[in-house]
Ligand binder design. Sequence first.
Ligand SMILES: C[C@@]1(CC(=O)O)c2cc3[nH]c(cc4nc(cc5[nH]c(cc(n2)[C@H]1CCC(=O)O)[C@@](C)(CC(=O)O)[C@@H]5CCC(=O)O)C(CC(=O)O)=C4CCC(=O)O)c(CCC(=O)O)c3CC(=O)O
Ligand SMILES: NC(=O)C1=CN([C@@H]2O[C@H](COP(=O)(O)OP(=O)(O)OC[C@H]3O[C@@H](n4cnc5c(N)ncnc54)[C@H](O)[C@@H]3O)[C@@H](O)[C@H]2O)C=CC1
Length: 230
Amino acid sequence: MDSEAMATPGQDYPIVLSLAGRLCVVVGAGAVGRRKIRGLLTAGARVRVVDPAPAALEGLANVEVVARSYVAADVAGALLVFAATDDGALNRRILADARAGGALAQAVDDPAAGDFQLPALLRRGALTLAVSTGGGSPALAAAVRDLLAEEFGPEWAVLVEVAAALRQKRLTGPETTPYNHSVLPALLAGNLVGLVAAGDGEAVERLLQRVVGEGVTLECLGISLPKGLK
Ligand SMILES: C[C@@]1(CC(=O)O)c2cc3[nH]c(cc4nc(cc5[nH]c(cc(n2)[C@H]1CCC(=O)O)[C@@](C)(CC(=O)O)[C@@H]5CCC(=O)O)C(CC(=O)O)=C4CCC(=O)O)c(CCC(=O)O)c3CC(=O)O
Ligand SMILES: NC(=O)C1=CN([C@@H]2O[C@H](COP(=O)(O)OP(=O)(O)OC[C@H]3O[C@@H](n4cnc5c(N)ncnc54)[C@H](O)[C@@H]3O)[C@@H](O)[C@H]2O)C=CC1
């Protein structure tokens, strides 16, 4: 495969895909293939798994298990294909078949050959932090993610809910971008993060009312604050 096709550092194209109901194929259900399968299922994808010995996958919702050796037809109609076998030459063939059918594909043993890589993920509700080293060091990507996890605690899931609710309520609408740009920094400067983490609903509401306007309550935003997240 043409390794010059690999993106130069910083020149790849991060994207947030919606995979609900879309067919993704994982060939090879070893330790690595199973990690890919878990991520795909979390995103609601329909997953076809091809492996002659697919341990403990039968009966999983949204998983079609094809318990035999790979054939080219297995990747037909897929949006994403993961060549995750322990056979490098086979992975290369899967990659070529997948691309011929219009799928985006990766070979887990050869980052340079494929179309995309997966980042290490930190999820806080609707907030997703994704860390990539462009294939340089997956272990470093995971370590950076773990550092971010200390800074961005579970309170950030609530933060995103509050920010999205304010936007949806048209208290800050798309037509008032400058307003959005000033309201959120003011809420953060007012320690919204700390107040949410402490579960201090009254202080959160005082801040909302000072920054956003009288009458803005957590209830009217549809938010119930978890008690003391830290
Ligand atoms: C290119 C890429 C392709 C892709 O899979 O997308 C790829 C490729 C390879 N990974 C290898 C090894 C390891 N990968 C992990 C873990 C993860 N690997 C992930 C991504 C990626 N791995 C993509 C690049 C991402 C980037 O560069 O930032 C993560 C972030 C996301 C995920 O997979 O979901 C996930 C974090 C899990 C988490 O969330 O904690 C660990 C650590 C562990 O297992 O604990 C090790 C062992 C330690 C080490 O080697 O660093 C090897 C060598 C295999 C060998 O030598 O046999 C190759 C092949 C090669 O480099 O040639
Ligand atoms: N991308 C990543 O994050 C990582 C990649 N790797 C690389 O990934 C590869 C796989 O690693 P593991 O999952 O640990 O190996 P593994 O040996 O646990 O799994 C390989 C799977 O491929 C299946 N397989 C073999 N031939 C097949 C065929 N013809 N059709 C369908 N399935 C077939 C096997 O039955 C097995 O279940 C290795 O080459 C390793 O170098 C390793 C660690 C991390």
